[in-house]
Design a protein around this ligand. Sequence first.
Ligand SMILES: [Zn+2]
Ligand SMILES: [Zn+2]
Length: 370
Amino acid sequence: MKTRDLYKVLGVQKGATREEIRRAYRKLAREYHPDANPSDGAAEERFKEVQHAYEILSDPERRREYDEGPRAFFGGTGGPTGATSADFSDLSDVFGSFGDIFGNASRNRPRSTRGENVTVSVNLKFKDALEGVTTRIAAPVEEACEPCRGTGAAPGTAPRSCPECLGRGVRSRDQGFFALSEPCGRCGGEGTVVEKPCSGCGGRGRVKRNRQVTVKIPAGAKDGMKIRVPGRGSVGSKGGPAGDLYVVTRVAEHPVFERKGDDFLIEVPVSFVEAALGAEVEVPRPGGGRVKLKLPAGMQDGKRFRVRGAGAPRAGSRGGGAGDLIARARVVVPKKLTRREKEILEALAEERDEDVREDLLRRSREAETA
Ligand SMILES: [Zn+2]
Ligand SMILES: [Zn+2]
């Protein structure tokens, strides 16, 4: 079948309104409908042709694609999905249930498909994740093939309407009173066939490429965080919308800070003298610089200090703010003493004359006699 001008098929001007197209279609459909022309092959062909033309010209999106030519078949990001159906219900008052049958058939047709979502991970330095960073990553996505502009047809040629189903993507089989629809085997339901496949993509219309994508990592990004970049996944086929890109963060570990939610944990060595006498000490801060901690005299091992707001910025939360820095004191006992240090500590022991296990032994005794 030669690809005919769809406006000529319906006998309307190129700038015809929707109403004019609808009226022309109704008139021709009535004239060539198989019910009105039993066993007239030519009328049936004409009927299918009229139907195909109406299906495209009655849908504003598809009409625009048709008017613009094959260029409209590639590279779409976003845009409405193509799985629209012409409004055949117009005919139901004339032909009863026929309208519904054709309506469903065109709806089943996978004319265009959305591109796949693509997931890629990004390695981040501790500092970049904490402060936020704009980075470029290579995402392996399907892109529209350039030589064929996404059509799959060799340059200089174009996909043509499938001769088997006349571009409808479905075939109707007459079974007595019923007309059953099934996907067209020739075009796989797409409605178009490629005679000479493009050598660049083997007729697929898409090629795998590493696309450079700029991604904004929010301050305070956690390890394993999933960032969605809409419309930057694989392009759709036949004008379908693009999929999304998901970027998963991999944050490098820090030698001293351990992340717990939006808080950072740090273990702080404290000498047994500082623990006993009390002290003011400095500890590193996750964002750089230091914070002061005031250790009270007589501080015990494992005591926790919370520095509010010195943790990670709350990435993605509207309330903003930041987590805390939690410092845990670890009392360090000297492994080696000089002779003089030993003398001092022995003098201290004599001075204190204490039995630190006295309470332990008393409670144990009480339990036995109770
Ligand atoms: Zn077909
Ligand atoms: Zn190609």
